[in-house]
Design a protein around this ligand. Sequence first.
Ligand code: C2E
Ligand code: MG
Ligand code: MG
Ligand code: MG
Length: 287
Amino acid sequence: AAKRAGGGNYAVFASHMGGDAGAQLELQSDLRKALDREQFVLHYQPKIDGRTQRISGVEALVRWNHPERGMIGPISFIGLAERFGLIVRLGDWVIEEACRQMAAWQREGMPLRVAVNLSVLQLRESGLADRLADALRRHGVPASQLLCEITESVAMEDIGATRRTFEGLARIGVYLSIDDFGTGYSSLSQLRQLPARQLKIDRSFVQELETQEDARAVVEAVVRLAHALGLSVVAEGVETEAQRAILLAMGCDELQGFLFAKAMPAADVMRWSLDGGFAPSPRLLAA
Ligand code: C2E
Ligand code: MG
Ligand code: MG
Ligand code: MG
């Protein structure tokens, strides 16, 4: 049965998660059809510049608008798409759609930096940099306006392969961010080998900032480490004023979380930015 999850109205395939082979097949064919029929949508969650308190960019988060089950969040289908060999196609769709939207915002006078999340299987597939460069070129979007987020734990699995891909992506000019940082045991030497621009502190640390002394110490150390390596730092999952105050005092560059906004349809981003006085921050747009 579908249930509500994550605050949104997202159906979860509870009955399909049990490993029933028939249900898995049904889901696999549903996913394939969803790709053919363009049933996916991107919602965008703002990031806030800590200094100016204005919108510094958005993160594209994919949703499946299933004809019978309603909006389904990525936790319920990204893993399946990876297992069924569909993630590269889905990822290409995400890249294409994000570039199209960036170009539309650019035309509307709001050239926002957009982050997309990449699966490790996309990183390991050859030609990713070429396909990204091609999408950017076709839509007339500067590469420096696209940020790719890669989860720390998967990035570090095979550091050699990750470094080669990162170098290819950096060469075309896209920015790279290490997502969910703090959960994946990178060593300092591994971090130094990657041409990343940003560390994104995992929500689990942010959640415990107010109550756990050690979470505070970890976040403070990550901010210092990032800055020492010339990287910017974003905190994800900021939900309270207290968390915001602590993160800003630590020198965190950007903040993201439900305190500011949940992911929203593209059509709402402009209005949200203007209503909240979150007009784009010139400092970051120019960067
Ligand atoms: P992520 O990249 O770490 O994204 C952050 C997730 O935390 C998002 O969930 C977001 O809605 C949620 N979040 C943001 N702020 C808060 C907050 O203050 N509190 C709480 N409780 N949650 C918050 P979502 O959209 O369900 O995405 C989950 C994960 O799915 C993402 O984690 C990312 O790893 C993956 N994902 C999303 N879109 C894509 C995609 O296009 N491709 C790939 N490969 N993975 C994606
Ligand atoms: Mg992310
Ligand atoms: Mg994250
Ligand atoms: Mg996360």
